[in-house]
Ligand binder design. Structure first.
Ligand code: NAD
Length: 253
Protein backbone atom coordinates (compact mmCIF):
# COMPACT_ATOMS: atom_id res chain seq x y z
CA UNK A 1 0.00 0.00 0.00
CA UNK A 2 2.86 2.36 0.86
CA UNK A 3 4.18 1.81 -2.66
CA UNK A 4 1.07 3.49 -4.04
CA UNK A 5 0.97 6.36 -1.55
CA UNK A 6 4.65 7.25 -1.70
CA UNK A 7 6.78 7.23 -4.82
CA UNK A 8 10.48 8.07 -4.67
CA UNK A 9 11.38 7.12 -8.25
CA UNK A 10 14.40 9.03 -9.48
CA UNK A 11 15.33 10.27 -6.01
CA UNK A 12 18.78 9.86 -4.50
CA UNK A 13 18.84 8.84 -0.84
CA UNK A 14 21.98 8.89 1.34
CA UNK A 15 21.78 6.63 4.41
CA UNK A 16 24.50 6.38 7.08
CA UNK A 17 24.80 3.22 9.16
CA UNK A 18 23.11 1.36 6.30
CA UNK A 19 24.29 -2.07 7.47
CA UNK A 20 22.65 -1.83 10.90
CA UNK A 21 19.20 -2.93 12.01
CA UNK A 22 17.39 0.32 11.22
CA UNK A 23 19.71 1.45 8.39
CA UNK A 24 19.14 -1.76 6.42
CA UNK A 25 15.38 -1.36 6.74
CA UNK A 26 15.55 2.31 5.71
CA UNK A 27 17.64 1.43 2.65
CA UNK A 28 15.28 -1.36 1.59
CA UNK A 29 12.26 0.89 2.13
CA UNK A 30 13.50 3.56 -0.28
CA UNK A 31 14.72 0.96 -2.79
CA UNK A 32 11.25 -0.60 -2.80
CA UNK A 33 9.76 2.83 -3.40
CA UNK A 34 11.87 3.46 -6.49
CA UNK A 35 14.81 5.50 -5.12
CA UNK A 36 18.52 4.96 -5.65
CA UNK A 37 20.20 4.50 -2.28
CA UNK A 38 23.79 5.22 -1.29
CA UNK A 39 24.47 3.34 1.94
CA UNK A 40 27.51 4.26 4.04
CA UNK A 41 28.85 2.03 6.78
CA UNK A 42 32.10 0.72 8.27
CA UNK A 43 30.87 -2.81 7.78
CA UNK A 44 29.34 -4.30 4.69
CA UNK A 45 25.93 -5.90 4.59
CA UNK A 46 24.73 -7.24 1.32
CA UNK A 47 21.59 -5.56 0.13
CA UNK A 48 20.93 -7.07 -3.24
CA UNK A 49 19.33 -4.43 -5.40
CA UNK A 50 20.47 -2.81 -8.64
CA UNK A 51 19.83 0.65 -7.19
CA UNK A 52 21.80 0.12 -3.97
CA UNK A 53 25.35 1.50 -3.88
CA UNK A 54 27.39 0.62 -0.84
CA UNK A 55 30.26 2.81 0.35
CA UNK A 56 32.54 1.28 2.98
CA UNK A 57 33.63 4.21 5.09
CA UNK A 58 34.14 5.50 8.60
CA UNK A 59 31.98 8.61 8.47
CA UNK A 60 33.88 10.19 11.37
CA UNK A 61 36.60 10.75 8.78
CA UNK A 62 35.43 14.10 7.47
CA UNK A 63 37.83 14.28 4.56
CA UNK A 64 36.82 10.87 3.16
CA UNK A 65 33.13 11.55 3.72
CA UNK A 66 33.38 14.83 1.85
CA UNK A 67 35.09 13.02 -1.05
CA UNK A 68 32.24 10.48 -1.21
CA UNK A 69 29.53 13.16 -1.10
CA UNK A 70 31.34 15.02 -3.87
CA UNK A 71 31.53 11.84 -5.98
CA UNK A 72 27.81 11.20 -5.59
CA UNK A 73 27.00 14.77 -6.62
CA UNK A 74 29.31 14.50 -9.62
CA UNK A 75 27.57 11.33 -10.79
CA UNK A 76 23.97 12.04 -9.85
CA UNK A 77 23.98 15.86 -9.84
CA UNK A 78 21.99 15.74 -6.61
CA UNK A 79 21.16 14.09 -3.31
CA UNK A 80 17.48 14.50 -2.39
CA UNK A 81 17.36 12.93 1.04
CA UNK A 82 19.99 12.52 3.76
CA UNK A 83 19.25 10.08 6.59
CA UNK A 84 21.73 10.55 9.43
CA UNK A 85 21.13 7.19 11.05
CA UNK A 86 24.53 5.82 12.17
CA UNK A 87 24.92 5.93 15.94
CA UNK A 88 26.78 4.12 18.70
CA UNK A 89 27.04 4.00 22.47
CA UNK A 90 29.63 2.71 24.95
CA UNK A 91 29.10 0.08 27.61
CA UNK A 92 31.84 0.56 30.19
CA UNK A 93 30.99 1.47 33.80
CA UNK A 94 31.09 5.22 34.33
CA UNK A 95 34.08 4.89 36.71
CA UNK A 96 36.00 3.31 33.82
CA UNK A 97 34.77 5.58 31.03
CA UNK A 98 37.73 6.71 28.94
CA UNK A 99 38.15 9.92 26.99
CA UNK A 100 38.66 7.84 23.86
CA UNK A 101 35.25 6.22 24.33
CA UNK A 102 33.60 9.60 24.90
CA UNK A 103 35.28 11.00 21.81
CA UNK A 104 34.19 8.07 19.64
CA UNK A 105 30.52 8.49 20.49
CA UNK A 106 30.71 12.26 20.14
CA UNK A 107 32.48 12.01 16.76
CA UNK A 108 29.92 9.65 15.24
CA UNK A 109 26.64 10.65 16.87
CA UNK A 110 27.09 14.40 16.59
CA UNK A 111 30.15 15.63 14.73
CA UNK A 112 29.64 13.43 11.67
CA UNK A 113 26.09 14.76 11.27
CA UNK A 114 27.26 18.38 11.39
CA UNK A 115 30.00 17.61 8.87
CA UNK A 116 27.65 15.77 6.51
CA UNK A 117 25.16 18.65 6.60
CA UNK A 118 27.98 21.14 6.04
CA UNK A 119 29.28 19.37 2.92
CA UNK A 120 25.78 18.57 1.67
CA UNK A 121 24.84 22.25 1.77
CA UNK A 122 27.99 23.19 -0.12
CA UNK A 123 27.12 20.94 -3.11
CA UNK A 124 23.37 21.53 -2.79
CA UNK A 125 24.02 25.23 -3.40
CA UNK A 126 26.55 24.55 -6.17
CA UNK A 127 24.09 22.31 -8.04
CA UNK A 128 21.22 24.76 -7.38
CA UNK A 129 18.97 22.13 -5.85
CA UNK A 130 15.52 22.45 -4.35
CA UNK A 131 13.45 20.51 -1.85
CA UNK A 132 16.25 18.80 0.11
CA UNK A 133 15.28 16.74 3.11
CA UNK A 134 17.45 15.77 6.07
CA UNK A 135 16.23 13.28 8.66
CA UNK A 136 18.29 12.75 11.81
CA UNK A 137 17.82 9.75 14.06
CA UNK A 138 17.77 10.78 17.70
CA UNK A 139 16.54 8.73 20.65
CA UNK A 140 14.19 9.06 23.59
CA UNK A 141 17.37 9.05 25.68
CA UNK A 142 18.07 12.46 24.19
CA UNK A 143 15.43 13.84 26.57
CA UNK A 144 14.82 11.06 29.12
CA UNK A 145 16.98 9.27 31.63
CA UNK A 146 16.90 5.48 31.26
CA UNK A 147 15.24 3.30 33.90
CA UNK A 148 18.35 1.33 34.88
CA UNK A 149 16.24 -1.35 36.61
CA UNK A 150 15.25 -2.84 33.25
CA UNK A 151 18.84 -3.34 32.14
CA UNK A 152 21.13 -6.20 33.28
CA UNK A 153 22.98 -5.79 36.55
CA UNK A 154 26.59 -4.64 36.31
CA UNK A 155 26.07 -2.95 32.98
CA UNK A 156 25.35 0.62 32.02
CA UNK A 157 24.03 0.14 28.50
CA UNK A 158 22.78 3.66 28.01
CA UNK A 159 25.81 5.85 28.50
CA UNK A 160 25.50 9.50 29.51
CA UNK A 161 27.40 10.49 26.36
CA UNK A 162 24.85 8.62 24.22
CA UNK A 163 21.94 10.66 25.63
CA UNK A 164 24.00 13.85 25.54
CA UNK A 165 24.78 13.44 21.84
CA UNK A 166 21.17 12.49 21.05
CA UNK A 167 19.94 15.61 22.90
CA UNK A 168 22.30 17.56 20.67
CA UNK A 169 20.91 15.83 17.58
CA UNK A 170 17.42 17.07 18.52
CA UNK A 171 18.84 20.58 19.05
CA UNK A 172 20.83 20.78 15.82
CA UNK A 173 17.74 19.58 13.96
CA UNK A 174 16.02 22.81 15.07
CA UNK A 175 19.10 24.92 14.35
CA UNK A 176 19.57 23.58 10.82
CA UNK A 177 15.81 23.65 10.11
CA UNK A 178 15.89 27.42 10.54
CA UNK A 179 19.23 27.96 8.81
CA UNK A 180 18.51 25.73 5.82
CA UNK A 181 14.90 26.83 5.32
CA UNK A 182 16.44 29.62 3.22
CA UNK A 183 17.55 26.95 0.74
CA UNK A 184 14.33 24.93 0.76
CA UNK A 185 15.80 22.14 2.86
CA UNK A 186 13.62 20.63 5.57
CA UNK A 187 15.36 19.11 8.59
CA UNK A 188 13.55 16.79 11.00
CA UNK A 189 14.37 14.21 13.63
CA UNK A 190 12.90 10.90 14.74
CA UNK A 191 13.44 9.72 18.29
CA UNK A 192 12.70 6.02 18.64
CA UNK A 193 12.16 4.18 21.89
CA UNK A 194 13.73 0.73 22.25
CA UNK A 195 13.49 -1.25 19.01
CA UNK A 196 12.86 -4.96 19.23
CA UNK A 197 15.89 -7.01 18.22
CA UNK A 198 15.60 -10.69 19.06
CA UNK A 199 19.24 -11.25 18.11
CA UNK A 200 20.57 -8.97 20.85
CA UNK A 201 17.80 -8.76 23.47
CA UNK A 202 16.79 -11.43 25.95
CA UNK A 203 13.12 -12.37 26.47
CA UNK A 204 13.44 -11.10 30.04
CA UNK A 205 14.58 -7.69 28.86
CA UNK A 206 11.89 -7.48 26.16
CA UNK A 207 9.23 -8.29 28.78
CA UNK A 208 10.54 -5.78 31.32
CA UNK A 209 10.85 -3.04 28.69
CA UNK A 210 7.41 -3.75 27.18
CA UNK A 211 5.75 -3.59 30.59
CA UNK A 212 6.87 0.02 30.95
CA UNK A 213 5.41 1.06 27.58
CA UNK A 214 1.75 2.20 27.53
CA UNK A 215 1.28 0.37 24.20
CA UNK A 216 2.84 -2.70 25.89
CA UNK A 217 5.53 -3.56 23.36
CA UNK A 218 8.88 -2.45 22.03
CA UNK A 219 9.04 -0.59 18.70
CA UNK A 220 9.21 -2.60 15.50
CA UNK A 221 11.50 -1.25 12.79
CA UNK A 222 8.39 -0.64 10.64
CA UNK A 223 7.12 1.79 13.28
CA UNK A 224 10.19 3.93 12.62
CA UNK A 225 9.97 3.57 8.84
CA UNK A 226 6.48 5.04 8.56
CA UNK A 227 7.63 8.24 10.30
CA UNK A 228 10.69 8.45 8.07
CA UNK A 229 8.49 8.03 5.04
CA UNK A 230 6.22 10.84 6.16
CA UNK A 231 9.13 13.23 6.77
CA UNK A 232 10.81 12.28 3.49
CA UNK A 233 7.68 12.73 1.41
CA UNK A 234 5.93 15.80 0.08
CA UNK A 235 3.06 15.04 2.46
CA UNK A 236 5.13 16.78 5.15
CA UNK A 237 6.20 19.77 3.04
CA UNK A 238 5.21 22.28 5.75
CA UNK A 239 6.97 20.38 8.56
CA UNK A 240 10.50 21.25 9.61
CA UNK A 241 12.57 21.26 12.80
CA UNK A 242 10.38 18.64 14.44
CA UNK A 243 11.26 15.66 16.59
CA UNK A 244 8.79 12.81 16.12
CA UNK A 245 8.85 10.52 19.13
CA UNK A 246 8.11 6.90 18.23
CA UNK A 247 8.07 5.14 21.59
CA UNK A 248 4.61 3.67 22.21
CA UNK A 249 4.00 6.38 24.81
CA UNK A 250 6.95 5.45 27.04
CA UNK A 251 8.10 9.03 27.48
CA UNK A 252 4.63 10.17 28.62
CA UNK A 253 4.86 8.50 32.03
P1 NAD B 1 23.00 -0.65 14.69
O1 NAD B 1 24.14 -0.81 15.64
O2 NAD B 1 22.26 -1.86 14.27
O3 NAD B 1 23.50 0.11 13.39
C1 NAD B 1 24.40 1.18 13.41
C2 NAD B 1 25.27 1.07 12.17
O4 NAD B 1 26.20 2.16 12.18
C3 NAD B 1 26.10 -0.22 12.14
O5 NAD B 1 25.88 -0.91 10.92
C4 NAD B 1 27.54 0.26 12.26
O6 NAD B 1 28.47 -0.53 11.55
C5 NAD B 1 27.44 1.66 11.69
N1 NAD B 1 28.54 2.50 12.13
C6 NAD B 1 29.11 2.53 13.37
N2 NAD B 1 30.15 3.37 13.38
C7 NAD B 1 30.25 3.88 12.12
C8 NAD B 1 31.14 4.81 11.51
N3 NAD B 1 32.13 5.38 12.20
N4 NAD B 1 30.96 5.09 10.20
C9 NAD B 1 29.96 4.51 9.49
N5 NAD B 1 29.09 3.63 10.03
C10 NAD B 1 29.23 3.33 11.32
O7 NAD B 1 22.03 0.41 15.34
P2 NAD B 1 20.48 0.64 15.08
O8 NAD B 1 19.75 0.03 16.20
O9 NAD B 1 20.10 0.29 13.70
O10 NAD B 1 20.40 2.22 15.31
C11 NAD B 1 20.35 3.16 14.27
C12 NAD B 1 20.13 4.54 14.89
O11 NAD B 1 18.94 4.53 15.67
C13 NAD B 1 21.25 4.96 15.83
O12 NAD B 1 21.51 6.34 15.67
C14 NAD B 1 20.68 4.69 17.20
O13 NAD B 1 21.24 5.51 18.19
C15 NAD B 1 19.22 5.03 16.95
N6 NAD B 1 18.30 4.41 17.92
C16 NAD B 1 18.23 3.05 17.99
C17 NAD B 1 17.35 2.49 18.92
C18 NAD B 1 17.24 0.99 19.05
O14 NAD B 1 16.59 0.54 20.01
N7 NAD B 1 17.82 0.22 18.15
C19 NAD B 1 16.58 3.30 19.75
C20 NAD B 1 16.69 4.68 19.63
C21 NAD B 1 17.55 5.23 18.70
Amino acid sequence: MLHKLFNFSGQIVFVTGSSGQIGTAISKLFLNLGAKVYGLDVKRKKIKHKNFKFIKIDITNELQTNIEIKKIFKKEKKIDIIINNAGISVYSRIEKRSSIELQKVFDLNLKSIINIIKHYLKYYKKYKLKNGRIINIGSIYGFLSPDFKIYSKGKEPIAEIYGATKASVIQITKYFAVLLANYGIRVNCISPGGVLNKKTQTNKFIKKYSNRVPLKRMAKVEDILTSILYLASKESKYVTGQNIIVDGGLSLK
